[in-house]
Design a binder for this molecule. Structure first.
Ligand SMILES: *Cc1c(COP(=O)(O)O)cnc(C)c1O
Length: 363
C-alpha cells in the first residue's frame, strides 16, 4: 500500500509558498506597541457612528453594495477624480494582490527594490511571477538609474512603495515620472501606504500616465487598520481590469460596516489633519531622541523611523525591548538586519520607548 502523502493533496505551487509574516499582536499588559505602524490615535468618531448606523435594523441581513459606490464617490471627490478612477478592496494588501494578478503575469520579470515591502515578493510567488530585485543604494535609497536601465530590457512592470517601507524614504514626483516613462508599456504601481505623513502623492500624475496605479490605505493615516480598507486610483481602463479580477474572485470584498466607516473617515478632513500632524510632530522629536541615544536614523516621511544603533546588535535590542514590554520590528533580512523599524506612537509611548532603551543600553 502506498503511504498517504498529505502534501500531495495541495496544488504544487502551494507547497512552495513562503507566506508573509505580519508583526506580532500579543496581549501583554501595558504593552507599547510600535511594531506594525498602526496609528496611535483612534479613528474619527464619525466612523463609529456610521458603522453603528450601518449595523442598525436589518442592515446586515442584506449583501453590501458590490461596487462600494458611495465610498468610491467620496474617495474620488477628495482626489479630484471620478468614481471610475477608484477601486476599493479589503485592505491594500488585497488590492495589491489583485493588481499583481491583473497586470504583472507577463513573460518578463517584475521589477522592485531589493529593500521594500516584503509582501510584494510573496504575491510574486503566489502568482508565479518572476521578480527582479533592483538594489537600493548604500543609503538605502531607490536607485532610479538602475531601474531605468533594467526597464529598458523589458519587464512585467514596476512596484515600489513611496515613501518606501521599511526605510521611510520618499521619492519626489519627478522621479516617479522617470519610472513611468522608463516603462511606458507596463503598469507602474506606486504603493502610497504612508504618503499622508509627508510624501508626495502621484495622484497628480494619473491624468497624464495611462500606466500609473496609485495604491493607498485607510490603515495608517486614517487609524483604520482593523477595518481593512484599501483603494486604487488610476485611469478607468486599469480600474476596469481590477474589477474584472475582483468580480471573478469575490463580489463583496468590503462589507457594509467597512464601506460606511471608510466613507465617514474619508469625509472627516479635520480629524485626519489633526492626527497625521500629531504623528509628524512626534516623529521629529523621536528622531532627535534616538540620535541622542546613539542611533543613526534615516530621514522619514512615514509614521515610523528606520534606525541603526552605532554599537548594538539590532535583533538583540529588539529582544531586550520586548522584555520591557516595548515592541519594535526587526527584519532578519540582508542589508537591513542591523536596523529597527519603530512606529511613531503617542508622545507617552515614545517616552516609554526612550526609557526602555536607556535601560537596555545601560546593560
Ligand atoms: C501597511 C502596508 C500595507 C497594507 O495595508 P493594509 O491596507 O492594511 O492591507 C501596504 N503596503 C505597505 C507598504 C504597507 O506598509
Amino acid at each position: 500500500m502506498t503511504r498517504f502523502d498529505p502534501q500531495a493533496l495541495l496544488s504544487p505551487r502551494v507547497n512552495a509558498l513562503k507566506p508573509y509574516v505580519p508583526g506580532e499582536q500579543p496581549r501583554i499588559e501595558g504593552l507599547v506597541k510600535l511594531n506594525t505602524n498602526e496609528n496611535p490615535y483612534p479613528p474619527s468618531p464619525a466612523v463609529i457612528t456610521a458603522i453603528h448606523d450601518a449595523a442598525k435594523d436589518h442592515g446586515l441581513a442584506l449583501y453590501p453594495d458590490p461596487e462600494s459606490t458611495d465610498l468610491r464617490r467620496a474617495i474620488a471627490a477628495r482626489a479630484g477624480l471620478t468614481p471610475e478612477h477608484v477601486f476599493v478592496g479589503n485592505g491594500s494588501d488585497e488590492v495589491l494582490a489583485l493588481a499583481f494578478y491583473a497586470f504583472f503575469q507577463q513573460a518578463a520579470p517584475l521589477l522592485m527594490p531589493d529593500v521594500s515591502y516584503t509582501f510584494y515578493r510573496v504575491y510574486g510567488r503566489l502568482f508565479g511571477i518572476e521578480v527582479d530585485l533592483v538594489p537600493v543604494d548604500a543609503g538605502l535609497r531607490i536607485d532610479l538609474s538602475a531601474f531605468e536601465s533594467r526597464a529598458a530590457q523589458d519587464c512585467a512592470g514596476i512596484v515600489l512603495a513611496n515613501p518606501n517601507a521599511p526605510t521611510g524614504c520618499g521619492l519626489p514626483l519627478s522621479d516617479i515620472e522617470r519610472l513611468l516613462e522608463a516603462c511606458p508599456q507596463r503598469v507602474v504601481l506606486v504603493d502610497e501606504a504612508y504618503v499622508d505623513f509627508g510624501g508626495e502623492s502621484a495622484i497628480a500624475l494619473i491624468d497624464k500616465y495611462p500606466n500609473l496605479l496609485v495604491v493607498q490605505t485607510l490603515s495608517k493615516s486614517r487609524s483604520l487598520a482593523g477595518l481593512r480598507v484599501g483603494f486604487v486610483l488610476s485611469q478607468p481602463h486599469l480600474i476596469a481590469a481590477l474589477a474584472r479580477v475582483k468580480n471573478s474572485f469575490n463580489s463583496y470584498p468590503l462589507d457594509r460596516l467597512a464601506q460606511a466607516g471608510a466613507k465617514a473617515a474619508i469625509s472627516d478632513e479635520a480629524w485626519f489633519e489633526k492626527t497625521r500632524q500629531a504623528v509628524i510632530d512626534t516623529r521629529e522629536g523621536l528622531t532627535l531622541a534616538l540620535e541622542d541615544l546613539g542611533f543613526e536614523v534615516l530621514p522619514s516621511q512615514a509614521n515610523f523611523l528606520f534606525a541603526r544603533h552605532r554599537g548594538r546588535d539590532a535583533a538583540d535590542l529588539a529582544a531586550r525591548l520586548r522584555q520591557q514590554a516595548v515592541l519594535v520590528r526587526h527584519f532578519a533580512e540582508p542589508r537591513i538586519d542591523q536596523f529597527l523599524r519603530i512606529t511613531v506612537g503617542t508622545r507617552d509611548q515614545c517616552t516609554r520607548l526612550q526609557e526602555a532603551l536607556r535601560k537596555v543600553l545601560a546593560t
